[in-house]
Design a protein around this ligand. Structure first.
Ligand code: ADP
Ligand code: ASP
Ligand code: MG
Length: 453
């Protein structure tokens, strides 16, 4: 068994879905389970519809609902024609979109949207796309069978970023999905979506379809997890920022995980953990270039000083300073307990005898966090910072890496530097607006310019 996941751009329209179908067909002998994202852009549109409805802007919200309806109907018809399968599919999609319209109306009356209501709306993208994909693959002659992700992906009730419950997912996957595969069917389910024990719809957080794929792969102990996207694999930097970023054909789990955490959007940061536990290789492939080598993520890729560079904007730095910290034990514990209490994860940490600086991404609990940190010292906040991360398993063998990185940044202000003890990443905190140029300069310094063939 393998898991084959198609991202939004690989599900953009009928032609893309057919390409995905051909990729699935080429893997039938490996008994694929398919996970799909919403059609490209749909999750953003859904969340926008929810926000507009809450603000009472029902007319534009309904216009967007109509646009979503038209798009799904058009692509469904293009894939299935107008036989009985098409009619049944169109009716099912239509009733789901009716439900969206009803939800938008309800939100506009209430003038208030709970995270739970927003998840119900956001989940629709994958619920629609997975029905379309399953029907399209059947039309292409495969024994595809739609699975409602809510029957398998059990989560807690942290709406918007729900925590998957691995044991329940394993049980459900073995009960629901494994028998289909054994019977020669190809299960197709939406990523990103889950449900609580009471079957209330949840989502795993933005970009979470990759995570769904790896959770399912781990649950079923598959041989490989394939992430199909719109670039040739994991690259040495974000190709939207660094035009000559290069393909990394082999990368280690820990490197891929760090890159994802520090901004390489090609993988959701949680994707690696379930796979690494069981040593399941993860591949990243381009659905527009299916014969490309892609990237293979495993334990045994070569150790390089710098494998790739990632970057992230909109990072917030929090500093806690206190003379009392001097030689006191337990201070760090108190500080980190505050972050734990407010469920805010910390990316980079730097300490001195009298101060602790940390960076966070998620500022949704910032006010409460700052309140609780106040008693521990003088607290200051710096917004609009960015992180640049150089990632390489062999970084600690290269005594020059840090000096080269700082030289490459050529005088740009560096607010914090942290080299992890495992020596796998060097993170530099810079001004947010310096992230792109910083990434370009670091890339040029460590990878040179690629000579056009
Ligand atoms: P999908 O819809 O397939 O999930 P995403 O947009 O989530 O696709 O992720 C793919 C995008 O990630 C690429 O188009 C690319 O712009 C971006 N990206 C950022 N960093 C990297 C990197 N190091 N390697 C490859 N892609 C990257
Ligand atoms: N559709 C979801 C999102 O846009 C999940 C995903 O594509 O991975 O965030
Ligand atoms: Mg993605």
């Amino acid at each position: 068994m393998i898991v084959v996941k198609f991202g939004g751009t690989s599900m953009a329209d009928a032609a893309a879905i057919r390409r995905a179908g051909e990729i699935v067909r080429s893997r039938l002998d490996r008994r694929p389970i398919v996970v799909v994202s919403a059609f490209a852009g749909v999750t953003n549109q859904l969340l926008h519809i929810g926000a507009q409805a809450v603000e009472g802007q029902l007319v534009p919200a309904m216009a967007s609902v109509q646009a979503l309806r038209d798009r799904h109907m058009t692509e469904a018809r293009a894939l299935l024609g107008d036989g009985p399968e098409a009619t049944a599919l169109v009716a099912e999609l239509s009733s789901m979109i009716d439900e969206l319209a009803a939800l938008a109306e309800a939100l506009s009356v209430l003038g208030h949207g709970t995270p739970r209501a927003m998840d119900k709306i956001a989940a629709l993208g994958e619920q629609l796309s997975s029905l379309v994909a399953a029907a399209a693959f059947r039309q292409m002659g495969m024994a595809a069978r739609h699975v409602d992700a809510r029957d398998v992906m059990r989560t807690d009730d942290r709406f918007g970023k729900a925590e998957p419950q691995a044991d329940e997912i394993s049980d459900a996957a073995r009960r629901v999905i494994a028998p289909m595969v054994r019977a020669g069917e190809v299960p197709v389910l939406g990523g990103f979506v889950g449900a609580t024990a009471h079957r209330i719809t949840t989502t795993l957080g933005r970009g979470g379809s990759d995570y769904s794929a790896s959770l399912l792969g781990a649950a079923l102990r598959v041989e490989a997890i394939e992430i199909w996207t719109d670039v040739d694999g994991m690259l040495t930097a974000d190709p939207r920022v660094v035009r000559d970023a290069r393909l990394i054909t082999d990368i280690r789990f820990d490197e891929a995980s760090e890159l994802a955490s520090f901004g390489a959007k090609v993988l959701h940061p949680s994707t690696i953990a379930p796979a690494v536990k069981l040593g399941i290789p993860v591949y990243v492939f381009n659905s527009r270039n299916p014969t490309g080598s892609g990237t293979r993520i495993t334990f045994d890729a070569p150790r390089r000083a710098v494998t790739a560079i990632a970057g992230k904007k909109s990072v917030t730095v929090i500093k806690v300073r206190s003379a009392r910290m001097l030689l006191q034990h337990g201070v760090l514990r108190h500080i980190f307990e505050v972050f734990e209490r407010h469920r805010t994860s910390v990316d980079v940490v730097a300490t001195s005898e009298v101060s602790v600086s940390v960076t966070i991404d998620d500022v949704s609990n910032l006010e409460a966090l700052l309140n609780d940190l106040q008693p521990l010292g003088d607290v200051s906040v710096e917004r609009n910072r960015g992180i640049l991360a150089l990632v390489g398993a062999g970084m600690s063998d290269d005594s020059q890496a840090m000096a080269r990185a700082l030289a490459a940044l050529d005088g740009a202000r560096v607010h914090m530097v942290s080299l992890s003890a495992s020596g796998i990443n060097l993170t530099l905190i810079v001004d947010g607006d310096q992230v792109d140029t910083g990434m370009q300069r670091l890339h040029a310094a460590f990878f040179g310019r690629q000579v056009a063939a």
